[in-house]
Design a protein around this ligand. Sequence first.
Ligand code: NDP
Length: 262
Amino acid sequence: EKRWSLRGNTALITGGSKGIGVLHQTKDHGYAVVEELVMLGATVHTCCRNESELNKCLQEWKDMNYPVTGSVCDVSSRVEREKLMEDVSSIFQGKLNILVNNAGTFYFKPVVECTSEDYMLLMSTNFESAFHLSQLAHPLLKASGKGNIVHISSIAGIKGVKNASIYGASKGAMNQLTKNLACEWAKDGIRTNCIAPGAIRTPLIQHLLTKEFEAQVSMGIPLERIGEPNEVASLAAFLCMPAASYITGQVICADGGQTISG
Ligand code: NDP
């Protein structure tokens, strides 16, 4: 077993068709989570809602001989989550080393305008999915002998980002869940950690990234720039490696220093 490798590992990464999950469109930026884990030796299964986008990704990975499979799944649906884990269990013969809860959604809305639909959509997509998929993955992670869960939360779950209350609560809940799972499942050989990214250049926030907005946001970031998906992917990979064997229950910001400044 190599300290800095994921060779032989199986992984489920939700939301692997774009953004932090994968950024094959801009290869020069390196690799996002799916491709980073593949490069380090893992075999990956991913999911998203849009079938044609998924198939396009799967074809590209096939062309590059990457060991990646995928299924269409809306992680906000309990039934679809159960089906996803059944598929994963049959593909990986009941054993899973890595679960990355990455799929999530976001939009700005003031508290007074939030509806019950907003609440249900954000909480089920971001938090309930991570909770339930972790539950469903538990026997598979345990069976693998060495399991790792990585949640992708947000700095909005740490600080009070304006007009992001439900999103922030859903991510704050992921941050806390990280600690509970780390305590409960250590005995099963499972580590659980969480990455809280700051602003990352992905389709999710593409519409916000005007020159002016970027310049304004960058002023509050010690590294003075927005992050790239591969700068989250590298941390996700590290947290799953034997090299990180004494790290569990941690929420680590990948935010250019945004939360520790000012
Ligand atoms: P993108 O919107 O760029 O990509 C999201 C991915 O998740 C896509 O593959 C999308 O595919 C999938 N997805 C979205 N909703 C669902 C769903 N209900 N079921 C299954 N798959 C879904 O987002 P990012 O890459 O930016 O975000 C990834 C994670 O990082 C999210 O949890 C987000 O909250 C978090 N994050 C992002 C930040 C940023 O600045 N970009 C900052 C902090 C945290 P499809 O639409 O086909 O389902």
